[in-house]
Design a protein around this ligand. Sequence first.
Ligand SMILES: [Zn+2]
Ligand SMILES: [Zn+2]
Length: 404
Amino acid sequence: MLDSVHQAIQGQIERVLPEVTQWRHHLHQNPELSYQEEATSQWIAQTLRRLSLDEVREGVGGFGVIGSLRGTAEGAADGPTFALRADMDALPIQEENEIPYRSCRDGVMHACGHDGHMATLLGAAMVLSALRPLLRGTIRFIFQPAEEVAGGAERMCADGAMEGVDAIAALHGWPGLEVGQIGVRSGPMMASADTFDIVIEGRGAHAAMPHSAVDPVVVGAQITLALQTLASREINPIEPVVVTVAQFHAGTAYNVIPGKATLQGTVRCLDPELRKTMPERLERVVAGICSALRAKYRFTYDFGTPVTNNHPAIVHLIEEVGRELLGPQNVITLEAPSMGAEDFAIYLQHAPGAMFRLGVGKQVTPLHTPTYDFGDAPLPYGIGVFCHLAFRYLQDAPLSAGGL
Ligand SMILES: [Zn+2]
Ligand SMILES: [Zn+2]
């Protein structure tokens, strides 16, 4: 049975691959920025409608699109729902690739490979819709806008994207892995990402008369340095945490001490409990230094994307599928999580799931660079892992009905 399913899936992948490759080129050529993915959204909905799914929902949480496919195998009506997610937005970068399907929009390109993620998910939808009689449950295909600005997932979930979903998976193209490899990790895979704003209110004066000023530049500099001691002196050194002051604005002239300075930055953690303590820690340092140096302050801390916490059972399933499909040597266990963030984390607060990395080749330049290209070669591997994973999850009734 499993062998014949395997063959059926692989046969369908071969059949759909030329068209899916064209789709990726179309998407790559027509990138749209976060919250502006209107044409992409319409095009995905049209493409999904051609696949005779049971439902295609547009306008989910903005420009999101959701396709739903109900299997017809015995017991499918009572079976679980497995979701697969792709992100849709591009980045404000001028493409430098010399390729026939180069971006036709100046200053906008798919430098994070979301064209490849969308094409992979459409390919999986095409393959699985042809294998409906084998599916013992429902598969939901989630196309999400605005990942790069970490707002899309929240809106999608608020608009019901995860209602009735038992588990979810997603992939990200990864230049650190060869084509035909995947990278997996149980537990925290990406960090939480929060932001903070500090306004230091001092007193402006002539730059030659510092004694009559309360200099917010000096106060801000002390705060910037002191915040580094949270990671280096206050929090256990084996606990990963990043505090970065990324913006420091003050002043307008060579000879004027300004009255105000603003600091803005980001905090990254892998432990949700530690994360909760960070606003107090930051504000204590800000308040102490401002008090010592006679300045006033305003402090705001915004909790953003949570930790991307991969569920061990779903990771295990991805590993199993990967070993069978790609060979054990091509399933790479990631040694360390990344302190980058991914808004897929939001879905994981609604159901267990996991994100894995899909190799696009080590010769490919890093994500978010003007020469990044997801490429065509990873497509069949991404589609293969998605399809086998979805099939196996629906098939494995004890897993879906029990522990998760
Ligand atoms: Zn990105
Ligand atoms: Zn991305």
